[in-house]
Design a protein around this ligand. Structure first.
Ligand code: SF4
Length: 688
């Protein structure tokens, strides 16, 4: 063993799982990962982590890791050297571009990758290939939340820090299974609930742990959140409880907005949502009486056809009651992946450059064109939902996708698989031979977070550094290097020696990150964007002004969109989400011994009422059928769900993938799939 192999190293890193952004030291000896040691100075988590951050690292040394590029030969793959793979990519990309134009190619970035990797991916698409067909998986989750905030307050990020949430007098969560999806953040909420008599209102379909702990639990019909939010807002206005001076000083469109609330009476809300008027009035009173309110929300809100509008309604409610710009107030869309915030922040979007600058803005585009010595199209590109359509229509010929198992996580996956099969040339870059990679022509072996330097941005807009703890396994390479290799194969002449140089370039072109440098992010130091040229950052947004030209926020009227309607035979409402132990579809957590032991594969939660009616008990095998596909799962009878609502966890790489059931319907403003608007019928396969 070399010196390095026998030495114990301690390296600071940032968790690769969820958007809380816990940071900690990882102890390694050679390639062995000995332990995770959180440090007091870690800004998001202090000395806490959850089970995934602590034990979820076996995937890094998994025997399933890809260590060589793979090239398709008929039905099989063969291993290849990098030179051959890169040459093939160059020939195919060039050929497709010559024959069909740059817009026949598309690029998908990853929320697991670093900010720097998101930046170079969009630079490759725009600056080297010449297309804006670039997107990332926030399209599957958080784009509606970002849209709601852009419309009303101007920045698409959490209003303050995770520690600010603790100071709030009233926390409301909507469609968020916080304790399983954002464990360390929920621990903070739980402790302040106990210590400072903080109040908690939970709105959800499912009676999960946070719901059980709440002061008030409301259970609206699936897809009706906008109605109760608007009714509560109207009630507050009718009582004269709105924050008059705040609205006068800071907000546009107040009178018009109030008029648009007219339909949202208490009677209508009760009828449509199933929540009693008493509970809605209690909600309004609790908001009125609290000195500070913040609202946390997640996929239960966003993954609907009206996801952007409901996110907007949340922000409207906060504005009407003056709950922005002070500690303990504000909007907290809870980001899913470790770097889902950063993937969009750094420009992997079809209409925006880094820092949410519009591609259509001539001044902005010229700045990038000059810096990159390239011509960039003015028109926005395709988002990933539109890409699937464009492949089916024969317009899109090639896709380069990194760190994203789109063939499991997109909705209506049977349809997505059909699209993959139609691609002329498909490059997938990942740690494993995923479901998606099995459709590829070339598979490139990438390195996980522990094998590279870079930065991640967590849910509170906090940019944090991760340092390389291990050498890349086999011939795998960090994603930024692979992207640079491809760019240079196409004669781009990029010369980045280290991700810090990529960040420096991004900062020089992006006002939102103007003052970001690696020095300012050393060790456990961090910055919360916007980071101004003088190096100051903004842990709390909107304290002085809202980032619109006149400095004022705007109330944005919205209307309710009815969820997807199904034929009567589809009589069960499907909800879906995470489990504490697994992360999404589980392709990393299933590789981790410490986590899989004792943790079930997917199952379907059924209510005691439904169990009684259909003769189900724990373990009964059922087949669930939607108009788009079918899955087979064992039942778990639980009080968490009620009546004809069932719940399926996202994890499972076998038969159970919930996205065989989901449709291609999407949020009308952002194309985020309406994953939560699914109905199925049930066939009982075997009685126990
Ligand atoms: Fe990682 Fe999220 Fe768990 Fe923190 S809460 S350790 S970031 S998965």
């Amino acid at each position: 063993a070399s010196m390095r192999d026998s030495r114990i190293d301690k390296t600071k890193t940032v968790c690769t799982y969820c958007g809380v952004g816990c940071s900690f030291d990882v102890w390694t000896k050679g390639r062995d990962i000995l332990k995770i040691e959180p440090q007091q100075e870690a800004p998001a988590n202090g000395i806490s982590t959850c089970v995934k951050g602590k034990f979820g690292w076996d995937f890094v040394n998994s025997e399933e890791r890809l260590t060589k590029p793979l090239i398709r030969e008929g039905q099989m793959f063969r291993e290849a050297e990098w030179a051959e793979a890169l040459d093939l990519i160059k020939r195919k990309f060039t050929g497709i571009k010559e024959e069909h134009g740059a817009d026949a190619l598309s690029f998908i970035s990853s929320s697991k990758c670093t900010n720097e990797e998101s930046y170079v991916m969009q630079k490759l698409a725009r600056g080297v290939i010449g297309t804006n067909n670039i997107d990332n998986c926030s399209r599957y989750c958080q784009s509606p939340a970002t849209m709601g905030l852009f419309r009303t307050v101007g920045y698409g990020g959490d209003s303050g820090s995770i520690t600010d949430i603790q100071q709030s007098e009233l926390i409301i969560t909507v469609g968020s299974n916080t304790s399983e999806s954002h464990p360390v953040l929920s621990t903070r909420v739980k402790s302040s609930h106990k210590l400072h008599a903080q109040k908690l209102i939970v709105s959800d379909l499912r009676k999960h742990e946070m719901a059980q702990r709440s002061d008030l639990f409301i259970r609206p019909e699936s897809g009706t959140d906008l109605i109760w939010l608007s009714a509560v807002t109207k009630y507050i206005v009718d009582q004269g409880w709105e924050a008059e001076s705040f609205l006068e000083e800071n907000v546009n469109g107040v009178e018009h907005y109030k008029e648009t609330l007219a339909p949202y009476t208490m009677e209508y809300a009760e009828e449509m949502t199933g929540v009693s008027q008493d509970d809605l009035i209690r909600t309004a009173k609790m908001i009125h009486e609290a000195g500070s309110v913040c609202i946390l929300w997640a996929m239960g809100v966003t993954q609907h056809q009206g996801g952007s509008d409901t996110s907007t309604a949340i922000s409207n409610l906060l504005l009407i009651t003056g709950n922005y710009g002070r500690p303990g107030t504000g909007a907290y869309p809870l980001r899913g992946h470790n770097n889902v915030q950063g993937a969009s922040d750094f420009g992997s979007m079809p209409d925006r450059f880094p820092g949410y600058q519009f591609v259509s803005d001539d001044e902005v585009r010229n700045r990038f064109e000059e810096a990159w010595e390239a011509e960039i199209p003015k028109e926005k590109g395709l988002n990933n939902h539109e890409m699937v359509e464009a492949i089916h229509e024969g317009k899109l010929k090639s896709m380069y996708l990194k760190g994203e198992d789109m063939g499991i996580v997109d909705s209506n996956i049977n349809y997505v698989h059909g699209a993959f099969e139609k691609l002329d040339f498909f490059v997938v870059q990942d740690l494993f031979l995923t479901t998606t990679a099995q459709f590829a022509d070339v598979v490139l072996p990438a390195s996980p977070s522990l094998e590279k330097d870079g930065t991640f941005t967590n849910t509170e807009r906090r940019i944090q550094r991760l340092y390389q703890a291990l050498e890349p396994l086999g011939d795998s390479r960090p994603d930024w290097k692979i992207i640079m290799d491809i760019a240079n194969q196409l004669d781009a002449g990029w010369k980045y020696n280290h991700p810090s140089e990529i960040m420096a370039e991004a900062a020089s072109l992006t006002p939102l990150f103007a003052g970001v440098t690696y020095e300012k992010l050393e060790g456990y130091k961090s910055l919360q964007w916007p980071v101004h040229a003088d190096g100051t950052d903004e842990p709390m947004l909107f304290a002085d002004r809202f980032p619109f030209d006149d400095g004022r926020a705007r109330l944005y009227p919205v209307e309710w969109t009815e969820p997807v309607q199904y034929e009567e035979e589809y009589d069960l409402q499907v909800n879906n989400g995470r489990l504490l132990e697994h992360f999404h579809e589980g392709n990393m957590t299933y590789q981790s011994e410490g986590i899989t032991r004792g943790t079930p594969r997917a199952f379907v939660e059924v209510s005691p009422q439904l169990a009684e009616e259909r003769g189900l008990s724990d373990g009964t095998s059922v087949r669930l059928v939607s108009p788009y596909g079918a899955v087979k799962l064992p039942c778990l009878v639980t009080e968490r769900v009620q009546k004809k609502e069932i719940y399926i966890p996202l994890n499972d790489d076998g038969d159970g993938a919930v996205n065989r059931l989901t449709s291609s319907y999407a949020d009308k403003d952002t194309d985020t799939p309406a994953y939560k608007e699914v109905r199925v019928r049930m066939e009982v396969l075997e009685e126990k």
